[in-house]
Design a protein around this ligand. Structure first.
Ligand SMILES: Nc1ncnc2c1ncn2[C@@H]1O[C@H](COP(=O)(O)OP(=O)(O)OP(=O)(O)O)[C@@H](O)[C@H]1O
Ligand SMILES: [Mg+2]
Length: 236
């Protein structure tokens, strides 16, 4: 499967009647098995781009080509759970075919066992994000779109969940698009990093990481991190 993004522009009209340009021309493609990472300043248009890619916002110029049969798993920047449904129901509603065994595995990995019957209003933001991740994984997605999924989690848990995302991505051929402000998440998970400009977002630089995810040693990661820091300084 292949996702092709070819956005030529996106504007929002303000209530006062003005318009704000949010996306400049942006184009890239993702293959199954690839993780693309979008990195850019707050407000540059990342979440807007994801909504366009998912087909949730059709008011843009350009074209998105996504296999119509692709199953989509999405973690929004705000967890967006159904407030009147329990944690378990939230996951089951999104993934009606999920088996009990799969659900149990996801709840164990995401450390949600004790919260199955809780309602979203009873969860901390970090817990709610984990439920949103469980929901996205339960779908067994072909296209996985993650908008800052590890924000507001402590470092240890974020590290474990990052490994889980890597495992999931290795297990099935999935096209993954991740938005993060964490360079560490980007270089541990990404195959291709897209560095974005301030609004209106355009791709300033594409950084491929040739070493397979599982083979990246701490030394390699350090080298990539330094290279990236230099590029970000250069593009400022
Ligand atoms: N529905 C909307 N109507 C009008 N303007 C909007 C709307 N949604 C977003 N914007 C504006 O578009 C710009 C980009 O917003 P977006 O949420 O895509 O940024 P972002 O890169 O995801 O930022 P962050 O890293 O803070 O999540 C912002 O200036 C925002 O105010
Ligand atoms: Mg955002």
């Amino acid at each position: 499967m292949r996702l092709e993004v070819d956005i030529t522009g996106k504007r929002f009209r303000s209530a006062a009647g003005g318009t704000q340009e949010v996306l400049a021309p942006v184009s890239f493609a993702l293959q199954s098995g690839e993780v693309g990472v979008l990195i850019g300043p707050s407000g540059c248009g990342k979440s807007t781009m994801l909504r366009i890619i998912l087909g949730l916002d059709r008011d843009f110029e350009g074209r998105i080509s996504r296999p119509p049969e692709a199953r989509i798993g999405m973690v929004f920047q705000e967890p967006r759970l159904l407030p009147w449904r329990s944690v378990e129901q939230n996951v089951r509603l999104a993934a009606p075919d999920v088996t009990d065994a799969k659900l149990a595995e996801l709840f164990r990995i995401l450390e949600l066992d004790a919260h199955r019957s809780h309602f979203p209003g009873e969860l901390s933001l970090g817990l709610a994000r984990r439920v949103a991740l469980a929901r996205a994984f339960a779908v067994e997605p072909d296209l996985l779109v993650l908008d800052e999924p590890l924000a507001s989690l402590d470092d240890a848990l974020a590290g474990r969940l990052r490994d889980e995302i890597a495992t999931l991505v290795a297990r099935r051929p999935v096209m993954t698009l991740l938005v993060t402000h964490s360079l560490d998440d980007a270089i541990r998970l990404g195959d291709r990093l897209f560095l974005l400009s301030p609004r209106p977002a355009r791709i300033v630089r594409e950084v491929p990481i040739a070493i397979p995810r599982a083979g990246r040693s701490e030394a390699e990661l350090g080298r990539i991190r330094a290279e990236l820091a230099a590029l970000q300084l250069e593009s400022k």
